[in-house]
Design a protein around this ligand. Sequence first.
Ligand SMILES: Nc1ncnc2c1ncn2[C@@H]1O[C@H](COP(=O)(O)OP(=O)(O)OP(=O)(O)O)[C@@H](O)[C@H]1O
Length: 362
Amino acid sequence: MEEGGATARPRRATGRLCSTCNQRKAALKRPKTLEQICRECFYSVFEDEIHNVIMDNNLFKPGERVAVAASGGKDSTVLAYVMSELNRRHNYGLDLFLLSVDEGITGYRDDSLETVKRNEIEYGLPLKVVSYKDLYGWTMDEIVKTIGLKNNCTFCGVFRRQALDRGAALLKADKLVTGHNADDIAETVLLNILRGDIARLSRCTFITTGEDGPIPRCKPFKYTYEKEIVMYAYFKKLDYFSTECIYSPNAYRGFAREFIKDLERMRPRAILDIIRSGENFRTATSTKMPEQGTCERCGYISSQKLCKACLLLEGLNRGLPKLGIGRARGTNGLNKRVEQRNLRSERTGSNIESKQCGTLDF
Ligand SMILES: Nc1ncnc2c1ncn2[C@@H]1O[C@H](COP(=O)(O)OP(=O)(O)OP(=O)(O)O)[C@@H](O)[C@H]1O
Protein backbone atom coordinates (compact mmCIF):
# COMPACT_ATOMS: atom_id res chain seq x y z
CA MET A 1 0.00 0.00 0.00
CA GLU A 2 1.54 3.26 -1.13
CA GLU A 3 2.15 5.83 1.61
CA GLY A 4 -0.08 8.85 1.25
CA GLY A 5 -1.88 7.35 -1.75
CA ALA A 6 -5.62 7.10 -2.16
CA THR A 7 -5.75 3.83 -0.24
CA ALA A 8 -3.37 4.83 2.56
CA ARG A 9 -4.57 4.91 6.13
CA PRO A 10 -4.71 8.34 7.71
CA ARG A 11 -1.56 9.51 9.44
CA ARG A 12 -2.14 9.63 13.19
CA ALA A 13 -1.61 12.89 14.98
CA THR A 14 0.81 12.85 17.90
CA GLY A 15 -0.91 13.16 21.29
CA ARG A 16 -1.72 16.87 20.86
CA LEU A 17 -5.01 18.66 21.37
CA CYS A 18 -7.16 19.38 18.34
CA SER A 19 -6.13 22.73 16.86
CA THR A 20 -9.78 23.56 16.14
CA CYS A 21 -11.69 22.76 19.37
CA ASN A 22 -8.69 22.68 21.73
CA GLN A 23 -10.54 20.09 23.80
CA ARG A 24 -10.38 16.65 22.24
CA LYS A 25 -7.19 14.79 21.34
CA ALA A 26 -6.11 15.28 17.74
CA ALA A 27 -6.71 12.09 15.73
CA LEU A 28 -5.21 13.04 12.38
CA LYS A 29 -3.18 15.55 10.46
CA ARG A 30 -5.44 17.24 7.93
CA PRO A 31 -3.84 16.69 4.50
CA LYS A 32 -5.10 19.98 3.06
CA THR A 33 -3.79 22.24 5.84
CA LEU A 34 -1.54 19.92 7.94
CA GLU A 35 -3.51 20.94 11.06
CA GLN A 36 -3.73 18.44 13.91
CA ILE A 37 -7.42 17.86 14.32
CA CYS A 38 -9.87 15.54 16.11
CA ARG A 39 -12.30 13.34 14.20
CA GLU A 40 -15.38 15.36 15.07
CA CYS A 41 -13.80 18.63 13.92
CA PHE A 42 -12.53 16.91 10.78
CA TYR A 43 -16.07 15.75 9.91
CA SER A 44 -17.34 19.31 10.48
CA VAL A 45 -14.73 21.12 8.38
CA PHE A 46 -14.95 18.49 5.63
CA GLU A 47 -18.76 18.73 5.40
CA ASP A 48 -18.88 22.51 5.92
CA GLU A 49 -16.39 23.14 3.12
CA ILE A 50 -18.55 21.13 0.73
CA HIS A 51 -21.70 22.89 1.92
CA ASN A 52 -20.01 26.28 1.36
CA VAL A 53 -18.94 25.27 -2.15
CA ILE A 54 -22.54 24.24 -2.90
CA MET A 55 -23.95 27.51 -1.55
CA ASP A 56 -21.29 29.86 -2.97
CA ASN A 57 -21.76 28.40 -6.43
CA ASN A 58 -25.56 28.04 -6.29
CA LEU A 59 -25.23 24.44 -7.40
CA PHE A 60 -28.84 23.47 -6.69
CA LYS A 61 -32.34 24.89 -6.37
CA PRO A 62 -34.98 23.57 -3.97
CA GLY A 63 -37.17 20.90 -5.54
CA GLU A 64 -34.55 19.73 -8.04
CA ARG A 65 -34.07 16.07 -8.86
CA VAL A 66 -30.36 15.32 -8.51
CA ALA A 67 -28.71 12.14 -9.76
CA VAL A 68 -25.51 11.18 -7.92
CA ALA A 69 -23.22 9.34 -10.37
CA ALA A 70 -22.33 6.35 -8.20
CA SER A 71 -19.58 3.95 -9.20
CA GLY A 72 -19.24 2.35 -5.78
CA GLY A 73 -15.74 3.84 -5.45
CA LYS A 74 -14.59 6.06 -2.58
CA ASP A 75 -15.37 9.44 -4.16
CA SER A 76 -18.90 8.79 -5.27
CA THR A 77 -19.72 6.80 -2.12
CA VAL A 78 -18.62 9.72 0.07
CA LEU A 79 -20.46 12.08 -2.30
CA ALA A 80 -23.73 10.14 -1.96
CA TYR A 81 -23.37 10.03 1.81
CA VAL A 82 -22.43 13.71 2.24
CA MET A 83 -25.07 14.91 -0.24
CA SER A 84 -27.81 13.09 1.64
CA GLU A 85 -26.50 14.38 5.01
CA LEU A 86 -26.28 18.01 3.82
CA ASN A 87 -29.63 17.80 2.04
CA ARG A 88 -31.24 16.75 5.31
CA ARG A 89 -29.26 19.07 7.61
CA HIS A 90 -29.55 22.23 5.53
CA ASN A 91 -32.95 21.56 3.95
CA TYR A 92 -31.73 21.82 0.36
CA GLY A 93 -35.06 20.27 -0.66
CA LEU A 94 -33.46 17.98 -3.25
CA ASP A 95 -34.75 14.65 -4.50
CA LEU A 96 -31.61 12.53 -4.58
CA PHE A 97 -31.05 9.40 -6.69
CA LEU A 98 -28.11 7.11 -7.35
CA LEU A 99 -27.19 6.53 -10.99
CA SER A 100 -24.74 3.80 -11.97
CA VAL A 101 -23.32 2.83 -15.31
CA ASP A 102 -22.58 -0.84 -15.80
CA GLU A 103 -19.76 -0.86 -18.34
CA GLY A 104 -19.76 -4.66 -18.44
CA ILE A 105 -16.36 -5.31 -16.86
CA THR A 106 -16.47 -8.71 -15.22
CA GLY A 107 -14.66 -8.89 -11.90
CA TYR A 108 -14.71 -5.12 -11.48
CA ARG A 109 -17.94 -3.28 -12.17
CA ASP A 110 -20.18 -6.19 -11.22
CA ASP A 111 -18.52 -6.18 -7.77
CA SER A 112 -18.62 -2.39 -7.35
CA LEU A 113 -22.31 -2.35 -8.34
CA GLU A 114 -23.00 -4.67 -5.41
CA THR A 115 -21.54 -1.92 -3.19
CA VAL A 116 -23.84 0.67 -4.78
CA LYS A 117 -26.83 -1.63 -4.20
CA ARG A 118 -25.95 -1.86 -0.50
CA ASN A 119 -25.63 1.94 -0.36
CA GLU A 120 -29.02 2.28 -2.03
CA ILE A 121 -30.52 0.58 1.00
CA GLU A 122 -28.22 2.16 3.60
CA TYR A 123 -28.76 5.76 2.44
CA GLY A 124 -32.34 5.25 1.26
CA LEU A 125 -31.59 6.64 -2.21
CA PRO A 126 -33.32 5.00 -5.22
CA LEU A 127 -30.84 3.49 -7.70
CA LYS A 128 -30.98 3.42 -11.50
CA VAL A 129 -28.48 1.30 -13.43
CA VAL A 130 -27.87 1.77 -17.16
CA SER A 131 -25.57 -0.57 -19.09
CA TYR A 132 -23.30 -0.24 -22.11
CA LYS A 133 -24.78 -3.49 -23.40
CA ASP A 134 -28.30 -2.02 -23.48
CA LEU A 135 -27.25 1.41 -24.73
CA TYR A 136 -24.57 0.48 -27.26
CA GLY A 137 -24.86 -3.27 -27.78
CA TRP A 138 -21.32 -3.84 -26.46
CA THR A 139 -19.85 -4.53 -23.02
CA MET A 140 -16.33 -3.31 -22.22
CA ASP A 141 -15.27 -6.96 -21.97
CA GLU A 142 -16.39 -7.43 -25.58
CA ILE A 143 -14.76 -4.18 -26.70
CA VAL A 144 -11.44 -5.12 -25.10
CA LYS A 145 -11.66 -8.56 -26.72
CA THR A 146 -11.99 -6.79 -30.07
CA ILE A 147 -9.56 -3.89 -29.71
CA GLY A 148 -7.17 -5.05 -26.99
CA LEU A 149 -6.16 -2.87 -24.06
CA LYS A 150 -4.84 0.00 -26.15
CA ASN A 151 -7.32 2.88 -26.32
CA ASN A 152 -9.98 1.01 -24.36
CA CYS A 153 -10.17 3.92 -21.88
CA THR A 154 -11.23 6.21 -24.74
CA PHE A 155 -14.24 4.01 -25.53
CA CYS A 156 -15.09 3.66 -21.87
CA GLY A 157 -14.78 7.38 -21.05
CA VAL A 158 -16.78 8.57 -24.06
CA PHE A 159 -19.52 5.96 -23.62
CA ARG A 160 -19.76 6.64 -19.86
CA ARG A 161 -20.20 10.35 -20.35
CA GLN A 162 -23.15 9.81 -22.63
CA ALA A 163 -24.53 6.91 -20.58
CA LEU A 164 -24.67 9.15 -17.50
CA ASP A 165 -26.62 11.77 -19.47
CA ARG A 166 -29.01 9.13 -20.77
CA GLY A 167 -29.49 7.61 -17.32
CA ALA A 168 -30.08 11.05 -15.81
CA ALA A 169 -32.69 11.73 -18.51
CA LEU A 170 -34.46 8.47 -17.62
CA LEU A 171 -34.52 9.64 -14.00
CA LYS A 172 -35.85 13.02 -15.20
CA ALA A 173 -32.99 14.57 -13.24
CA ASP A 174 -32.35 18.32 -13.30
CA LYS A 175 -28.69 17.90 -12.34
CA LEU A 176 -26.05 15.22 -12.29
CA VAL A 177 -23.31 15.32 -9.64
CA THR A 178 -20.04 13.43 -9.92
CA GLY A 179 -17.34 12.63 -7.38
CA HIS A 180 -14.51 14.32 -9.27
CA ASN A 181 -12.22 15.73 -6.61
CA ALA A 182 -9.54 18.45 -6.45
CA ASP A 183 -6.77 15.98 -7.38
CA ASP A 184 -8.75 14.84 -10.47
CA ILE A 185 -9.23 18.43 -11.58
CA ALA A 186 -5.61 19.45 -11.02
CA GLU A 187 -4.56 16.35 -12.96
CA THR A 188 -6.86 17.24 -15.84
CA VAL A 189 -5.58 20.83 -15.94
CA LEU A 190 -2.05 19.46 -16.29
CA LEU A 191 -3.02 16.88 -18.92
CA ASN A 192 -4.84 19.49 -20.99
CA ILE A 193 -1.76 21.73 -20.84
CA LEU A 194 0.45 18.81 -21.86
CA ARG A 195 -1.87 18.05 -24.80
CA GLY A 196 -2.28 21.71 -25.77
CA ASP A 197 -6.02 21.20 -25.58
CA ILE A 198 -7.11 24.80 -25.12
CA ALA A 199 -10.85 24.17 -25.41
CA ARG A 200 -10.86 21.58 -22.63
CA LEU A 201 -8.34 23.50 -20.52
CA SER A 202 -10.64 26.48 -20.47
CA ARG A 203 -13.63 24.48 -19.23
CA CYS A 204 -12.14 21.68 -17.12
CA THR A 205 -12.15 23.78 -13.94
CA PHE A 206 -15.80 24.80 -14.24
CA ILE A 207 -17.75 23.52 -11.24
CA THR A 208 -20.85 23.15 -13.41
CA THR A 209 -20.63 22.12 -17.04
CA GLY A 210 -23.11 21.21 -19.73
CA GLU A 211 -25.59 23.95 -18.95
CA ASP A 212 -26.25 24.22 -22.68
CA GLY A 213 -26.60 20.41 -22.95
CA PRO A 214 -29.25 17.97 -21.79
CA ILE A 215 -28.34 17.91 -18.09
CA PRO A 216 -25.90 20.18 -16.25
CA ARG A 217 -23.32 18.28 -14.22
CA CYS A 218 -21.69 19.59 -11.06
CA LYS A 219 -18.65 18.69 -9.02
CA PRO A 220 -19.27 19.49 -5.33
CA PHE A 221 -15.82 17.98 -4.51
CA LYS A 222 -14.00 20.44 -6.78
CA TYR A 223 -11.88 21.68 -3.85
CA THR A 224 -11.95 18.46 -1.79
CA TYR A 225 -8.66 16.58 -1.51
CA GLU A 226 -8.64 12.90 -2.39
CA LYS A 227 -6.71 12.06 0.79
CA GLU A 228 -9.40 13.72 2.89
CA ILE A 229 -12.12 11.79 1.07
CA VAL A 230 -10.29 8.55 1.87
CA MET A 231 -9.90 9.58 5.51
CA TYR A 232 -13.55 10.54 5.79
CA ALA A 233 -14.64 7.21 4.30
CA TYR A 234 -12.23 5.35 6.58
CA PHE A 235 -13.28 7.04 9.83
CA LYS A 236 -16.99 6.90 8.95
CA LYS A 237 -16.58 3.25 7.95
CA LEU A 238 -18.40 3.83 4.67
CA ASP A 239 -18.94 0.83 2.44
CA TYR A 240 -17.02 1.39 -0.80
CA PHE A 241 -15.19 -0.63 -3.42
CA SER A 242 -11.49 0.08 -3.74
CA THR A 243 -10.15 -2.00 -6.60
CA GLU A 244 -8.64 -0.30 -9.66
CA CYS A 245 -10.25 -0.97 -13.03
CA ILE A 246 -8.72 -4.09 -14.58
CA TYR A 247 -8.50 -2.38 -17.99
CA SER A 248 -6.87 0.91 -17.04
CA PRO A 249 -3.15 0.81 -17.71
CA ASN A 250 -3.20 4.54 -18.43
CA ALA A 251 0.48 5.35 -18.01
CA TYR A 252 0.32 8.96 -19.12
CA ARG A 253 -2.49 9.94 -16.73
CA GLY A 254 -0.78 7.88 -14.02
CA PHE A 255 2.40 9.91 -14.50
CA ALA A 256 0.49 13.20 -14.11
CA ARG A 257 -1.20 11.79 -10.99
CA GLU A 258 2.13 10.82 -9.42
CA PHE A 259 3.59 14.22 -10.27
CA ILE A 260 0.73 15.94 -8.45
CA LYS A 261 1.09 13.62 -5.46
CA ASP A 262 4.81 14.52 -5.29
CA LEU A 263 3.99 18.23 -5.40
CA GLU A 264 1.33 17.74 -2.72
CA ARG A 265 3.84 15.98 -0.45
CA MET A 266 6.13 18.99 -0.67
CA ARG A 267 3.40 21.62 -0.58
CA PRO A 268 -0.23 20.60 0.00
CA ARG A 269 -1.55 23.84 -1.50
CA ALA A 270 -0.10 22.86 -4.88
CA ILE A 271 -3.36 21.11 -5.82
CA LEU A 272 -5.47 24.20 -5.16
CA ASP A 273 -2.93 26.39 -6.95
CA ILE A 274 -3.03 24.26 -10.10
CA ILE A 275 -6.83 24.50 -10.07
CA ARG A 276 -6.59 28.26 -9.59
CA SER A 277 -4.18 28.51 -12.53
CA GLY A 278 -6.70 26.62 -14.65
CA GLU A 279 -9.51 28.90 -13.46
CA ASN A 280 -7.56 32.03 -14.32
CA PHE A 281 -6.49 30.77 -17.69
CA ARG A 282 -7.78 32.97 -20.53
CA THR A 283 -7.84 32.09 -24.21
CA ALA A 284 -6.83 34.67 -26.77
CA THR A 285 -9.83 36.00 -28.63
CA SER A 286 -8.19 34.80 -31.85
CA THR A 287 -8.20 31.15 -30.67
CA LYS A 288 -10.79 29.19 -32.62
CA MET A 289 -13.06 27.27 -30.25
CA PRO A 290 -15.33 24.39 -31.26
CA GLU A 291 -18.95 25.25 -31.92
CA GLN A 292 -21.49 23.20 -30.03
CA GLY A 293 -24.12 21.49 -32.15
CA THR A 294 -25.92 18.17 -32.08
CA CYS A 295 -24.95 14.79 -33.48
CA GLU A 296 -26.68 14.06 -36.79
CA ARG A 297 -27.21 10.46 -35.77
CA CYS A 298 -28.23 10.38 -32.11
CA GLY A 299 -29.03 14.02 -31.35
CA TYR A 300 -26.53 14.15 -28.49
CA ILE A 301 -24.47 17.36 -28.10
CA SER A 302 -21.44 17.41 -30.36
CA SER A 303 -19.08 19.91 -31.93
CA GLN A 304 -18.80 17.61 -34.96
CA LYS A 305 -21.32 16.15 -37.40
CA LEU A 306 -21.20 12.87 -35.50
CA CYS A 307 -20.60 12.72 -31.76
CA LYS A 308 -17.60 10.81 -30.51
CA ALA A 309 -19.74 7.97 -29.14
CA CYS A 310 -21.42 7.40 -32.53
CA LEU A 311 -18.06 7.53 -34.29
CA LEU A 312 -16.53 5.00 -31.90
CA LEU A 313 -19.60 2.79 -32.14
CA GLU A 314 -19.55 2.88 -35.91
CA GLY A 315 -15.90 1.83 -35.84
CA LEU A 316 -16.72 -1.10 -33.57
CA ASN A 317 -19.72 -2.20 -35.66
CA ARG A 318 -17.81 -1.91 -38.95
CA GLY A 319 -14.85 -3.87 -37.59
CA LEU A 320 -12.69 -0.69 -37.78
CA PRO A 321 -12.28 0.10 -34.10
CA LYS A 322 -9.67 2.86 -34.63
CA LEU A 323 -12.14 4.91 -36.63
CA GLY A 324 -13.04 7.31 -33.84
CA ILE A 325 -9.76 7.24 -31.91
CA GLY A 326 -7.75 10.43 -31.83
CA ARG A 327 -8.66 14.02 -31.58
CA ALA A 328 -10.61 16.22 -33.93
CA ARG A 329 -9.43 19.73 -33.14
CA GLY A 330 -12.72 21.45 -32.81
CA THR A 331 -13.51 22.82 -36.23
CA ASN A 332 -16.40 21.44 -38.23
CA GLY A 333 -15.61 19.05 -41.04
CA LEU A 334 -12.61 17.57 -39.26
CA ASN A 335 -14.48 14.39 -38.47
CA LYS A 336 -13.89 13.34 -42.03
CA ARG A 337 -10.15 13.95 -41.84
CA VAL A 338 -9.78 12.14 -38.52
CA GLU A 339 -11.80 9.28 -39.99
CA GLN A 340 -9.62 9.09 -43.10
CA ARG A 341 -6.41 9.31 -41.08
CA ASN A 342 -7.62 6.58 -38.73
CA LEU A 343 -8.70 4.37 -41.58
CA ARG A 344 -5.19 4.71 -42.99
CA SER A 345 -3.67 3.80 -39.64
CA GLU A 346 -6.18 0.95 -39.34
CA ARG A 347 -4.79 -0.45 -42.58
CA THR A 348 -1.15 0.15 -41.75
CA GLY A 349 -1.51 -1.02 -38.18
CA SER A 350 -0.12 2.23 -36.74
CA ASN A 351 -2.05 4.34 -34.27
CA ILE A 352 -2.20 8.11 -34.24
CA GLU A 353 -2.78 8.24 -30.51
CA SER A 354 -0.09 6.27 -28.81
CA LYS A 355 -1.21 7.07 -25.25
CA GLN A 356 -4.33 5.66 -23.73
CA CYS A 357 -6.52 8.37 -22.45
CA GLY A 358 -10.08 8.48 -21.23
CA THR A 359 -12.12 11.55 -21.80
CA LEU A 360 -10.63 14.75 -20.44
CA ASP A 361 -14.08 16.30 -20.22
CA PHE A 362 -15.96 15.97 -16.96
N1 LIG B 1 -19.66 3.37 -13.62
C1 LIG B 1 -20.01 4.56 -13.13
N2 LIG B 1 -21.28 4.79 -12.80
C2 LIG B 1 -21.66 5.98 -12.29
N3 LIG B 1 -20.82 7.00 -12.09
C3 LIG B 1 -19.53 6.82 -12.40
C4 LIG B 1 -19.05 5.60 -12.93
N4 LIG B 1 -17.73 5.72 -13.12
C5 LIG B 1 -17.38 6.96 -12.74
N5 LIG B 1 -18.47 7.63 -12.29
C6 LIG B 1 -18.54 9.02 -11.77
O1 LIG B 1 -17.41 9.75 -12.22
C7 LIG B 1 -16.60 10.14 -11.10
C8 LIG B 1 -15.12 10.05 -11.44
O2 LIG B 1 -14.86 8.77 -11.89
P1 LIG B 1 -13.41 8.12 -11.92
O3 LIG B 1 -13.45 6.98 -12.83
O4 LIG B 1 -12.41 9.19 -12.09
O5 LIG B 1 -13.37 7.43 -10.51
P2 LIG B 1 -12.75 7.69 -9.12
O6 LIG B 1 -11.97 8.97 -9.03
O7 LIG B 1 -12.12 6.43 -8.70
O8 LIG B 1 -14.14 7.92 -8.36
P3 LIG B 1 -14.90 6.85 -7.49
O9 LIG B 1 -14.00 6.71 -6.30
O10 LIG B 1 -16.22 7.45 -7.19
O11 LIG B 1 -14.98 5.62 -8.35
C9 LIG B 1 -17.01 9.20 -9.98
O12 LIG B 1 -16.77 9.76 -8.72
C10 LIG B 1 -18.48 9.02 -10.26
O13 LIG B 1 -19.24 10.12 -9.77
